[in-house]
Design a protein around this ligand. Structure first.
Ligand SMILES: [Fe+2]
Length: 420
């Protein structure tokens, strides 16, 4: 930034110097033109003694004019503001020519009389060159303006550099300080997460921050994987517990051993065939395992009675879906299984229990469990009858399709029954 500012400063100074020089030269040209015009008029009027007065007047009203002279074509000084030089011939001195055209020549001179710009303008009377006007403009005005401008520019650019440096320091602090704090925070977090690493860091904060970030990302991914594994293990443990519970309920009667697990498998096949997603299938599996949980409250003598049940015993048995719902209602996480458990003995035509729901009012999972439950019961031995064959059970499903069972689900169930 300092180098760029310096280059810019140099260019500005150069441009300013040129501008000041142009303005000073314009002023010198103006004085020279006025003088030449005045001398021209005097020469035409023939009043030659007026030339000295005119030149002196013009010099006196312009402080920075060193001299004005009228010199003839033989280089003899006809008139000069330094009257002592009158009649002498001008001496040639070294000069640097700044401008030359047919009307005006400008020299930059430096001699024992000082540093000045010399303006030379030809005097023509009736198109005859009779001499030249010489105007010496002291360079002190130019030097003084140049120095003043330079000083102001120096102060201005110094202020810009200072503001720039302060800005950079502030910006650096604003960027690196938060990064440092963030990095320290990450260190602390790593320690809290139990990761101790010995690292040699670069002095660059950004690089250090990137390293820390990568390490934390790795750590988060590791924790995420651990969490996924843990969740899967928890799910498996939960499902195992539910299976054990379902098996314990089924095992109370020798005729229902393995019933819930088989209902679960058949329901899953049916659920898959009608397009349930993975999460729904997981829920359906557990619903099936829970579907007869209400039987836990039915006494063994009723559950295993070989004879016909009396009315109160029958009421006890058909009350098991309601009781199952009550049991599941005790735990918030199990309440989602209640609809299927409570209504798995409802009939499609509304003749089921406990509420006599019809068609679409019956929850989908309940309708699925109803078919799987009935099919497994029909193909299993019962104290009051022998097991039906698969074909006989299918006939029963068809017979009761649209009565006890949802016709669409029966159709799908039969179609997938013997598929692997
Ligand atoms: Fe049941």
């Amino acid at each position: 930034m300092i180098i760029a500012t310096f280059i810019f400063y140099t260019l500005v100074v150069r441009s300013m110097n040129q501008h000041i020089l142009n303005e000073v030269l314009k002023r010198g040209e103006s004085v020279t033109n006025i003088t030449a015009l005045s001398v021209n008029q005097i020469l035409l009027s023939g009043n030659f003694e007026e030339i000295d007065n005119t030149l002196l007047k013009l010099k006196n009203i312009n402080d920075d004019i060193d001299y004005i002279a009228f010199i003839d074509i033989t280089r003899k000084i006809i008139s000069h503001t330094d009257l002592n030089k009158k009649g002498q011939r001008i001496r040639l001195a070294k000069f640097n020519q700044l401008k030359k055209n047919k009307d005006l020549i400008i020299h930059e001179k430096s001699d024992i009389f000082g540093n000045y710009f010399e303006f030379i303008k030809a005097i023509n009377i009736k198109e005859r060159h009779v001499g030249n006007i010489f105007v010496g403009l002291n360079k002190s005005l130019f030097t003084s303006i140049k120095h003043k401008t330079l000083k102001r520019l120096l102060i201005g650019f110094g202020a810009i550099v200072l503001v720039g440096i302060i800005g950079i320091i502030m910006l650096y602090t604003r960027i690196t300080e938060p990064l440092k704090r963030l990095s320290m925070g990450m260190d602390k977090m790593k320690k809290e997460l139990g990761i101790n690493t010995v690292r040699i860091y670069s002095n660059y904060e950004l690089e250090r921050f990137t390293d820390e970030f990568n390490e934390i990302s790795m750590l988060i991914n590791l924790q995420k994987q651990n969490f996924i594994n843990h969740t899967r293990e928890m799910k498996e443990a939960y499902l195992s517990a539910v299976k054990v519970l379902a098996s314990a309920i089924d095992a109370r009667s020798p005729y229902t051993v393995g019933h819930s697990t088989r209902v679960s498998k058949l329901s899953m096949k049916l659920g898959e065939a009608i397009g349930l997603n993975e999460k729904e299938l997981e829920e359906l599996e557990i619903t099936c395992l829970f579907h007869d949980i209400g039987k836990i409250r039915i006494p063994d003598n009723i559950l295993n009675k070989r004879e016909k049940l009396n009315s109160s015993e029958y009421r006890e048995v058909i009350n098991h879906p309601q009781k199952g719902a009550e049991i599941l209602g005790m735990a918030l996480s199990l309440q989602k299984y209640i609809p299927a458990v409570k209504y798995h003995h409802e009939w499609y035509n509304g003749e089921g229990y406990p509420e006599g729901l019809k068609k679409d009012r019956i929850p989908l999972f309940a309708s699925i469990v109803t078919i799987a439950d009935a099919f497994d019961s029909m193909t299993s031995h019962r104290p009051y009858r022998n097991a039906l064959s698969e074909l006989e059970a299918i006939k029963e499903l068809i017979n009761f399709s649209g009565k006890q069972f949802d016709p669409y689900l029966v159709e799908v169930f039969i179609s997938i029954l013997n598929k692997p």
